[in-house]
Design a protein around this ligand. Structure first.
Ligand code: GDP
Ligand code: MG
Length: 163
């Protein structure tokens, strides 16, 4: 698929919420329970006269501790194989977690362009926290709120630029 943008990240960071906002659908299941997106969801996004496809890769992740890390690794590897651009979602409220560092390590090794997206930055105080994620070694963190849409315009401009 040409111009495919994959959303990756550990459970509950807001992948499905961002997918639904970008594709203006409610087709991905948003849930407080980690690991509830059963299948990979594909959708379309229009921005600034460009159209691209988006995939919510959450379906690769099953919320069971022993296969948790493996599942996330597989999710990320599949995404880097099929996507033209990866949006790596993290949660501003948790800061950098061990799983975030695992995912970042995989993404730093791939040739696919990656944008580091700091979600749940609903207010200015949280936006100021975003630079903490520079430590992941994936460039400028983009603070957004998938819930309110704040910051998603700047993110989409960056997506278009990189595609
Ligand atoms: P996923 O597991 O990564 O697909 O995460 P979901 O999209 O299912 O979201 C997990 C939880 O985070 C849900 O309760 C969402 O409502 C919440 N959430 C998602 N985005 C935001 C956001 O920007 N701000 C806040 N405060 N909550 C969010
Ligand atoms: Mg999901």
């Amino acid at each position: 698929m040409a111009n495919l943008v994959a959303i990756v990240g550990r459970p509950n960071v807001g992948k499905s919420t961002l997918f639904n906002r970008l594709t203006k659908t409610r087709s991905a299941i948003v849930s407080d329970t980690a690991g509830t997106t059963r299948d990979r969801q594909y959708g379309k996004c229009d921005w600034a006269g460009r159209e691209f496809s988006v995939v919510d890769t959450g379906g690769w992740v099953v919320n069971s501790d022993d296969i948790f890390e493996d599942a996330i690794r597989r999710q990320v590897l599949v995404a880097t194989e099929e996507a033209d651009l990866v949006l790596f979602l993290v949660d501003v409220n948790t800061g950098v977690t061990d799983l975030d560092e695992d995912v970042a390590q995989i993404l730093r090794r791939t040739k696919v362009p990656v944008l580091l997206v700091v979600n749940k930055a609903d207010n200015n105080e949280q936006i100021y926290e975003a630079p903490v994620f520079y430590s992941l070694g994936l460039g400028d963190p983009f603070p957004i709120s998938a819930a309110t849409g704040s910051g998603t315009g700047d993110l989409l401009d960056a997506v278009i630029e990189k595609l």
